[in-house]
Design a protein around this ligand. Structure first.
Ligand code: HEC
Length: 278
């Protein structure tokens, strides 16, 4: 614990963050979980999944009202229809995915040892389309997020389980995602870390800040602000823009590695996607 505090203090002095440790993904996760446990001693899994609504009773009530008729329901139905519509050659998405796509969303992104890079579930779907003569879909809006929502629904409640294989390339991708998470951005030099780690639970411009652990278990999510359901990379882009930085491109290696690192922070929590957010 002392080590964690020391490291956090040390980070405060740095222009660009060093890695929190070089101990490896499993030790990292233990240290991160211990840090949040210390910050929020009473948190249960359900609190981690509730994000910012833990910290504001009015907003929590509003959110609970929204959840009485979850706005993502119709998107899940649309996604199911799309998923089950065969390609012109008679093949379908289910033919491309492990277990026909059911109950696997909680294990993505994965590191593909053959290709030597992180693969998101969106990439898996687009690869399937191209293999079957269809054009790839846009990553952030429209049909692809709807299919993601349907697949996520089939693994709701299953533990988030992001694996970093004992392979130097997988470790490098994880470390790159971690570096991106701790990189300062924009004119005021905000890293993800500053808002969702160091000051999680506090307010910034009228918003309570959700802790880094748990966030990714809720995505893809329907956001009232978007009036749509979107994948987590769309949310990352929003946070990058909000600090005045040029966002990384959706589907780029950096974005995928960030998703790999960030989603792994929620390992062990039950998948809660799709969720609803303001
Ligand atoms: C200046 C503060 C700030 C920074 C820096 C920041 N965010 Fe956010 N982020 C917010 C606010 C405010 C929200 C909305 C309230 C909430 O859910 O925390 C948010 C929401 C999110 C959410 C949605 C959480 C949920 O439960 O719906 C994710 C995921 C997220 N941020 C990831 C990131 C990542 C990754 C980075 C770094 C690239 C980042 N944020 C940088 C302020 C920030």
């Amino acid at each position: 614990m002392n080590k964690v505090i020391l490291v956090v203090v040390y980070l405060g002095f740095m222009g660009t963050f060093p890695m929190l440790s070089h101990a490896g993904p499993d030790e990292d996760l233990k240290a991160y979980q211990a840090y949040f446990k210390q910050q929020f001693p009473d948190f249960k899994d359900s609190n981690y999944l509730m994000g910012m609504y833990n910290f504001n009773d009015d907003k929590r009530r509003q959110w609970e009202e929204i959840m009485e008729f979850p706005p993502y329901e119709f998107v899940i139905e649309k996604g199911e229809r799309l998923f089950n519509t065969p390609f012109p050659n008679g093949k379908s998405y289910a033919d491309c995915l492990e277990n026909g796509g059911t109950g696997i969303a909680n294990t993505y992104p994965r590191f593909d040892l053959q290709e030597g890079r992180v693969r998101t579930l969106s990439m898996e779907l687009n690869r399937c389309r191209e293999k079957n003569g269809a054009k790839p879909l846009g990553l952030l809006k429209g049909d692809l997020p709807a299919i993601l929502a349907y697949l996520a629904e089939t693994s709701r409640g299953m533990p988030i389980d992001i694996q970093v294989a004992d392979d130097p390339r997988a470790l490098a991708a994880y470390e790159d995602g971690k570096r991106i998470y701790f990189t300062r951005r924009g004119p005021r030099g905000f890293a993800c870390y500053h808002c969702h780690w160091e000051t999680a639970g506090r307010r910034i411009r009228g918003n309570e800040l959700s802790p880094a652990i748990g966030q990714a278990a809720n995505f893809p999510a329907y956001r009232s602000k978007w009036g749509a359901l979107g994948p987590i990379q769309r949310r990352y882009k929003g946070c990058m823009k909000n600090v005045g930085a040029k966002p990384l491109k959706a589907g780029s290696a950096g974005m995928n590695n960030l998703e790999y690192f960030h989603r792994r922070l929620s390992n062990g929590l039950p998948s809660n996607a799709p969720a609803a957010r303001f």
